[in-house]
Design a protein around this ligand. Sequence first.
Ligand code: SF4
Ligand code: SF4
Length: 438
Amino acid sequence: MTKQIIFAITLLITIGVFFYTVNRLISFFKFTRPAFRVTDFGKRFLVMMNVAFAQSKIFRKPFLGFLHAMVFWGFCVIIFGSIEMVIDGLTGTDRALQGLGPLYSFIMASGDFFALHIAMAIIIFLVRRLFFHIKRFEGIEMKERSHRDANISLSIILILMLSLLTMNIGYLQHQTLTGSEIVGYYPISKVMAGLFAGMSAEGFGLMFEISWWVHILLIFVFANYLPYSKHFHVFMSVPNVFLSRLEPLGKLPNMDSITREVKLMLNPETAFAAAPADAPVERFGVKDAEDASWKNYFDSLACTECGRCTAVCPANLTGKKLSPRKVMMDLRARMKEKGPLMVKNGRDFSDNRSLLRDFISEEELWACTTCNACAKECPININHPTLIIDMRRYLVMEEASAPGELKAVFSNIENNGAPWQYSAEDRLNWAKDLEMRV
Ligand code: SF4
Ligand code: SF4
């Protein structure tokens, strides 16, 4: 009973702190702008199965992709055992879900198998991070904190897997040595038990008990560490893929405010009906975190900081300052900075800082070729160009600020109806002396 009470209190504290933190992050969504309407649930489900569960984008790099997929699939299976541990901890039962029979044995065997393979994958990830100079993990946005965060998270996952294995070994050997029934099947632990030959039944019992507590307490700690870490994607990546933008990558979303202006010119009555005269004047484009859409903010929370986007960005590869990963990380950091101030003082609050310039420079924004390689490569379907374009839209439409070459193009379009420096009537001059059949 004492164990159950301690467990229940620990679980309550874990859930309480977790929901407090997550609720804080979610509360910032109310400051963001609308993006698209979430429809086409069937199509979204297929995208989620393909990109999130089948890890299709991750497999573009076969070896590392396979390791990452093993970790993801392993977590999906192991979570079943964690749920059972919570039920056991609260009710005092022993293997509460054993009634599932052969399915239970299959899930336990899979969890046992994945625990070892996840541990091996994590060791490879850690070695790569600590001892190899991997370009994808570097960059101006990758501060010391980012590296520390990744290493802490990976170490926690490693201890989680090792404690799961020692828990299984302890259980298996304790039951065997005391002649008790073994519930479930544990192929890997059975082999690894040989490493502990000579240990007594009491020793294995203690091993099980300690591993059980280490494992479950670490899950509680990890769950509360995640919202402060890049590994928050453990919770956010699957929903983010489900909420992917389904339109072709190259299609830019129209600006509602501009669409309204055009409608107003074409048909004043309809437009007035759609937008009341006392509607607040909207800012064109994105200057600060609250101008970004809910999807941009969702993307930023889901970003794993893996750097696959930056690794394929032609601007970054040719030495420009732009890094699409940084764009996402900056939006998240800015919302984290300004969100609590807006909660306290309202959406219009200004701290005399902004996402534009204090976090992302004009130079970075104009370096983007809008090739969409970043969005295509991102394993969780984050779309960077929509945010970059919206920040450029702010610069052009609110500040008339653009590189000189673009300003010339804009004025040519305004004066000549074409991007070139001559009038529309002269457009076909180049073909004047050509022999052409009319
Ligand atoms: S769309 Fe822009 S940010 Fe993305 S890869 Fe292309 S140049 Fe880089
Ligand atoms: S935006 Fe996507 S590809 Fe880029 S770092 Fe984040 S998760 Fe990785």
